[in-house]
Ligand binder design. Sequence first.
Ligand code: C2E
Ligand code: MG
Ligand code: MG
Length: 251
Amino acid sequence: LRRALDNGEFHLVYQPQVDLRSGRILHAEALVRWHNPQLGEMRPDRFIDLAETTGDIIRIGNWVLQEACAQMRRWREQGLPIQRIAVNVSYRQFTGDNLGDSVRRALAEADLPGHALELELTERVLVDDTPDTLEVFDQLRLLGVQLSIDDFGEGYSALNYLRRLPIHALKLSQSFLKGVPGKPSDVAICQAVAGIAQSLGLGMVAEGVESEAQRDFLLRLGVNVGQGFLFAPGLLPGEFAKRVAAQQDVA
Ligand code: C2E
Ligand code: MG
Ligand code: MG
C-alpha cells in the first residue's frame, strides 16, 4: 500500500449520478480502485481502513482529488455537460492535513471553479468539531465547493451539525434502500432521512438504486437524484464520456 501510489497502481472509476425521472447523467462520483500485480484489483473496502490507520490515506486522498479534478477538466474540454464531480474524503484528511490548501491547489491546477467539486464527508468528520475542523469547513465554504454527508444515518447523526456547518446535501445510505419497498423499517428510515433533508433545505442523493421499484419509491418521496447499478456502476472515463455524449445527441 505504501508503494502503490508511486508505482501508479491506483485509478479512478466514475459512477453517474442521474436525474431519477429521466435517467439523464448530471454528476459523477469518483471511486478509487487499486490494481496490484500480485493482489489483483481491489475495492476500497479492502484498503481504505488500513490506509486510514497508517496515514497513507492523506497522500492517496490528495492524488484522488487531483486526478478527479484533472478528469473533470478533460471532460470540460471535450464539451461534456457534467455539472460536478464528487470525491470521497476521509476524516483523516480533515484532521491530518490542510485539506483547504489541497482542495484549492487541485482546483487551481485544473482551472475549475469551486462549485464543480463536491466533497463527500462521513459523519465521523462532523462529530469531533475541534476548532481545526471548523477552520477547514470555513476554508471549504469560501472556496465554494459543495459538501455532502455520505451514508447518512449509518453513523452518529448528531443532527445539530447540519444547521451549523455548510452542508449542502445528504446521501441516503444504500444499506437503508436495500430493504425498499418490502421492509417497513427501511422504508420508514428512508422517509425520515428525506424528511430531514427537505425540512432543512438540503439536497438529497440516493445511492445503491438497483430496481425500478426503488426508483419509483424515491420519486414518490421527492428524491430526484440517485446512483446505482440500475443506471451504471463505476465507469472508466472514456465510457462515462461516451454515455454523456450519447444523451447530448438525443437532446
Ligand atoms: P460510497 O462512497 O458510499 O460509494 C458507494 C459504493 O457503493 C461504491 O463501492 C459503489 O461501487 C457501490 N455501489 C454503487 N451503486 C451500487 C448499487 O446499486 N448496489 C450496490 N450494492 N453497490 C453499489 P466502492 O467503489 O467499493 O466504494 C466503497 C466505499 O469506499 C465508498 O462508499 C467510499 O466510502 C470509499 N471510497 C471510495 N473511493 C474513495 C476515495 O477515493 N477516498 C476515500 N477516502 N474513500 C473512498
Ligand atoms: Mg461516496
Ligand atoms: Mg455509501
